[in-house]
Design a protein around this ligand. Structure first.
Ligand code: SP5
Ligand code: ZN
Length: 341
């Protein structure tokens, strides 16, 4: 088999928030740069045939195809105004901004942020843009004939909506890839991160050109709490092209795989021409912030099941916070999906 490309950005660690606010406590930031380093190391020392490719910075105009100018400018502006090492996130969430007198306003309060876990610093804009560039390059390689490609995106993207950032995500990487591919055929985004991808769902909610399918922790108890219910099925032309499979805490491989089988059947009947996987590795039993119970070998099975769709596939990195094991989880997933078990 041809070597699988792993598209990466060597400067992602410049984005390194140190804290997040969760359940009335300030906690160490979970979405750390080391996550990516661990994944790279495991591939390097494995016999899985791969090559690393550095992403080319994409034109900012591509961001504007899926996000509002207001959101893009906000993140850009905060980054520009930040000193090295200084991060800010809003702690006031006005429904409407009426005055522009408060010059420091966007650092304390802005209408484009949905939580207190997604700080912006000096390098955030540039690195979030590079993360989208990874996804964009992946879609171009797929259009040139690659069958399977891995975008080592960081920061992740699936929580970023048209006009809102949050959940460690600033711009929607899967959204960028999907938007590029729909020029050439029907796309399915299969989101297997532990958290519902409210952003990707929202971006394509009224479209029949992208089928969004997500298996995730039940939003009744899990972040992002307000989306991911099974009755969210799309709107207008998009009605029927959004499928959510919420699962309760504690789910083990058997039940997860049954659900994945149902999801894969739905995907097959849609007859997509391209597949994008939002690969969250936070469904792992040891994940510090999530509550599913998949183990190392489950990722092989999941990869193998998805491979039966037999589609050109972009795998984009989303969450996963048990850093030391992320490489083994990802490698197992790719052994499964590439048939090199
Ligand atoms: C991309 C991605 O996986 N984003 C996830 C963002 C989750 N942010 C909120 C985390 C709150 C976790 N609280 C768990 C308490 C465990 N003791
Ligand atoms: Zn997640």
């Amino acid at each position: 088999m041809k070597r699988m490309k792993i598209v990466k950005n060597s400067n992602h660690a410049l984005h390194r928030p140190n804290a997040e606010f969760d359940n009335m406590q300030v906690k160490p930031y979970q979405e750390v740069p080391e996550r990516i380093g661990y994944i790279e190391k495991v591939f390097q020392s494995s016999d899985f045939s791969h090559e690393f490719i550095e992403a080319k910075k994409m034109d900012e105009s591509v961001l504007h195809k899926i996000h509002t100018k207001a959101l893009i400018e906000q993140i850009k502006q905060i980054s520009k105004e930040s000193n090295e090492g200084e991060y800010s996130m809003p702690y006031v969430f006005p429904s409407k901004i009426v005055s522009d007198k408060q010059t420091n306003r966007i650092k304390r309060c802005n209408a484009h942020c949905m939580d207190m876990g997604t700080p912006v610093g000096k390098h955030t804009f540039d690195q979030a843009l590079m993360s989208c560039s990874i996804a964009y390059d992946c879609s171009n390689f797929i259009l040139e004939g690659d069958k399977l490609i891995y975008g080592l995106c960081r920061p992740p993207g699936h929580h970023a909506e048209t006009n809102t950032y949050g959940g460690y995500c600033y711009f929607n990487n899967a959204g960028i890839a999907a938007n590029r591919l729909i020029e050439h055929g029907k796309v399915c985004v299969l989101d297997i991160d532990y958290h519902h991808g409210n952003g990707t769902q929202e971006l394509f909610y009224d479209k029949d050109s992208v089928l969004y399918v997500s298996i995730h922790g039940d939003p009744l108890t899990e972040y992002p709490y307000y989306t991911g219910f099974s009755d969210e099925t799309g709107t207008g032309k998009g009605l029927g092209y959004n499928l959510n499979f919420p699962l309760p805490q504690g789910v083990t491989e058997g039940k997860y795989i049954n659900t994945l089988n149902v999801a894969l059947d739905k995907i097959s009947s849609y007859k997509p021409e391209f597949l994008i996987i939002s690969l969250g590795l936070d469904t792992y039993k040891n994940d510090p912030i999530c509550k599913f119970n998949l183990d190392l070998d489950s990722y092989k099975t999941v990869g193998d099941m998805i491979s039966r769709l037999n589609l050109p596939t972009i795998v984009l990195q989303e969450g996963g916070y048990y850093s030391e094991d992320l490489g083994y989880l990802a490698l197992n997933f790719f052994k499964g999906i590439s048939g090199c078990i």
